[in-house]
Design a protein around this ligand. Sequence first.
Ligand SMILES: C[S@@+](CC[C@H](N)C(=O)[O-])C[C@H]1O[C@@H](n2cnc3c(N)ncnc32)[C@H](O)[C@@H]1O
Length: 218
Amino acid sequence: MGRAKLKRFAVVAENRNVIEPGKELFTSIRGHWHEYFGNQNGIVLELGCGRGEYSTGLAAINPDKNYVGIDLKGARLWKGSVVAVENNLNNVAFLRTQIQNIDSFFADDEVSEIWITFPDPRPKDSDEKRRLTSPRYMALYRKIMKAGGVMNFKTDNLPLFEYTLEEVFPNQSLADLEFTKDLYNSPLLDLHHKIQTTFEKKYLNNREKINYLRCRLV
Ligand SMILES: C[S@@+](CC[C@H](N)C(=O)[O-])C[C@H]1O[C@@H](n2cnc3c(N)ncnc32)[C@H](O)[C@@H]1O
């Protein structure tokens, strides 16, 4: 492993705002996020957050909400952790784990909103259950989210977006579904809060269209 990566892991191990294996909170945080943040404000997750642009960006815009970015890669979470410390964002934390285990880290109804930002598309049929919008993941989100909680989903990948809308959503109980297959030419543009993730910038450089949807899980 390179020296830069080792340094990043050391920072992540030191920073209170990263909860990862080996830290006491990693096994005790479930059901205690409000105590961790020291308030009763709503808890919003960014799933597969990478460098955590939505977690830190939204935390700065909405000081009355708490944000948790989740990813399995510590070297990526390092960036979000450092941005949060440098900007005194006490309403953001990062959790290093696999999303398929989130119900071990959040109790039933503990979460108000989720953002799924540019997940790996998993195009093979045999990988369907690994897609972050597959029925298996939707069931997990419902377990940890309050009734009526909000789901946001942004992707460059049209087949994944259409799979979600056409194959998954017809079997889900949803309300207030809004979507666009061209976010930057859509009246929904304001809903993305002008935040662009690392992967989104790459796709925009390639002139790809960005798909976005928002709905409530009821
Ligand atoms: C294509 S990247 C997008 C990162 C970021 N959201 C962005 O838009 O720049 C997908 C991210 O999801 C993470 N990831 C993929 N599968 C995951 C899983 N099962 N649990 C946790 N993180 C996962 C990867 O480590 C990676 O950082």
